[in-house]
Design a protein around this ligand. Structure first.
Ligand code: 3PG
Length: 314
């Protein structure tokens, strides 16, 4: 690839991005507040575009991107990128799940232990003057069966951490072969439905997973489960989760992501689900902070720029 490549950065990234790009002789132009209209006009000058989740990268954004060769996603999920269009245009995608997998792994364990040991529930009670030990007796992770769906960087980071808790970890990944390792047993989806006490989702948002976790999905579990979603909100049909909680198919749930994360724009159904979930003592909600640590903010840049370096030097 030619020298003097220019990279347009259109979202907030850790400040190290500018220096790291210069080290590999790429000229950075950092414009985190740029509008979509401005990107459309200015992209013509750039070979590389760095984005995060807020920028939808599609045909309309790239109409004038005649020089563009690489889109770098500073993070893991690439559901905001039109992969088919980019492939058609010969534009390569790089992302950086290796940079925030530790943060996701830790947040998943934190949410799971909080659910099982009533950490958030009892904290709220104590701060309101209620000292209830029996009502907050915990359930141990030790001896339980944890199902992980999606065994990429995130699923594996969770399994790795679970290995010290004395539980059995089962993993299912439709797109991997030979993925069993020292942290999990690779199993069928049916085995997870049959055996899991806990389910943690770590799949990407693609057509196949959009709305995948619905009534039918929850009905398939043989035991009431602890349910965790730190992947994408659109994968879970919220009314189905609400029903599953009401009929004790789901004992407790931890959600770091929602279908609509702009809480002041919820439609009626989303609002009803949100009101139910936020008033349920067996539900924990966090604002999409899995993967969002001080360390990952920097590590994402390191990973992305290493991948960029490999790509432009081969
Ligand atoms: C990811 O996919 O890495 C996370 O969801 C965070 O993405 P964001 O910080 O760009 O929203």
């Amino acid at each position: 690839m030619s020298k003097n490549l220019k990279c347009l950065i259109v979202d907030e990234m850790h400040e190290s991005v500018v220096g790291l790009l210069k080290e590999i002789n790429v000229i950075p132009v950092y414009k985190p507040d740029i509008s979509r209209e401005e990107i459309i006009e200015q992209i013509v000058d750039f070979e590389i575009l760095f984005i995060r989740s807020k920028t939808k990268v599609d045909r309309s954004l790239l109409a004038k991107a005649s020089k563009l060769k690489i889109v770098g996603r500073a993070g893991a999920g690439i559901d905001n990128l039109d992969e088919v269009y980019l492939a058609d245009k010969g534009i390569q995608i790089i992302n950086a799940p290796e940079g925030n997998k530790d943060a996701v792994g830790e947040q998943t364990i934190a949410m799971l232990l909080s659910l099982m040991h009533n950490v958030v529930k009892s904290h709220l009670e104590v701060t309101r003057g209620k000292w209830d030990r029996e009502g907050n007796r915990g359930v141990e992770l030790s001896g339980k069966i944890v199902g992980i769906i999606g065994y990429g960087n995130m699923g594996k980071a969770v399994a790795q951490r679970l290995s010290s808790f004395g539980c059995t970890v089962l993993a299912y990944d439709k797109y991997l072969i030979d993925y069993q390792d020292q942290y999990c047993q690779a199993v069928s989806l049916q085995t997870i439905f049959n055996s899991a006490d806990i389910l943690s989702l770590h799949v990407p948002l693609i057509d196949e997973t959009y709305g995948w976790v619905d009534d039918d999905f929850f009905n398939k579990f043989k035991k009431p489960i602890y349910f965790l979603n730190l992947s994408r909100g659109e994968i879970v049909v919220l009314p189905s989760l609400v029903n599953a909680i009401k009929c004790n198919e789901v004992k407790a749930a931890a959600l770091d992501v929602l279908q609509n994360e702009k809480l002041n724009t919820l439609n009626k159904e989303q609002q009803e689900c949100f009101d139910f979930l936020s008033s349920s003592s067996n539900v924990i909600l966090t604002p999409h902070i899995g993967g969002w640590s001080h360390e990952s903010y920097f590590k994402i840049n390191q990973v992305l720029i290493n991948k960029l370096y490999q790509l432009i030097n081969t």
